[in-house]
Design a binder for this molecule. Structure first.
Ligand SMILES: CC(C)(COP(=O)(O)OP(=O)(O)OC[C@H]1O[C@@H](n2cnc3c(N)ncnc32)[C@H](O)[C@@H]1OP(=O)(O)O)[C@@H](O)C(=O)NCCC(=O)NCCS
Length: 176
């Protein structure tokens, strides 16, 4: 890693305070062609609104938002979201794993994933799940981090440019 990295869990209020910079990280990912729920016309305002919504959700659903920051500020983020249903008290989702293009391939995604898995254990979760675009850098990241590839759903979502992509379902047991 080129610079010291700070991995921090943010309170919901801190997520709200950081919504603009987190929005810039989200928009950078979409501008770079990542399939993360948004299309290419995503604006900074809408991206910031998304994070304000995450802050509101974190107030009630117990999700953990973890950021990575270097000397220039926040450049990565990931969430652990408890399943929130009575029959899955042990399961959560890893969501919106994002590393700004200025910091990629330096181990930041891996560091966020390690922190997310620890956060899940701290929440008492033993099973994590996620899905990611087939053939993406993220698919490689999760395989390298020891996640199990459960299968592929073809034509699941649109890439930012409107082309359909499959999604790969992953899981990892993190405790129990
Ligand atoms: C996926 C993402 C978070 C990875 O972040 P990162 O900080 O670059 O990841 P790391 O440096 O920890 O990479 C770990 C491993 O993942 C794999 N990997 C990461 N990026 C890759 C790429 N572009 N091509 C191939 N493999 C890649 C490699 O195996 C890498 O290990 P290596 O560098 O030793 O070869 C980042 O590319 C990103 O934000 N992408 C856009 C958003 C996105 O798709 N998020 C996933 C939503 S589920």
């Amino acid at each position: 890693m080129l610079q010291p990295l700070q991995i921090i869990r943010l309170s919901p209020a801190a997520v709200r305070d950081a919504a603009a910079v987190l929005g810039a990280v989200l928009k950078d990912a979409v501008d770079g062609g990542a399939s993360v729920s948004f299309m290419a016309d995503l604006t900074l305002e809408r991206a910031e609104d998304f994070w304000c919504g995450v802050a509101d959700a974190a107030d009630t659903d117990g999700r953990v938002v973890i950021t990575a920051a270097d000397a220039q500020g926040i450049l990565g983020v990931v969430q652990v979201v408890p399943a929130g249903v009575d029959n899955q008290p042990h399961r959560g989702d890893v969501a919106k794993m994002l590393v700004h293009r200025r910091g990629r391939r330096q181990g930041i995604g891996t560091a966020l994933l390690v922190a997310a898995e620890q956060a899940a254990r701290d929440l008492g979760l033993t099973l994590l799940t996620l899905d990611t675009a087939q053939g993406s850098a993220a698919e490689r990241l999760y395989i390298q981090a020891g996640w199990t590839r459960a299968g592929v759903i073809p034509d699941y979502a649109l890439m930012p440019d409107g082309v359909l992509t499959g999604t790969v379902l992953f899981y990892k047991k993190v405790g129990g």
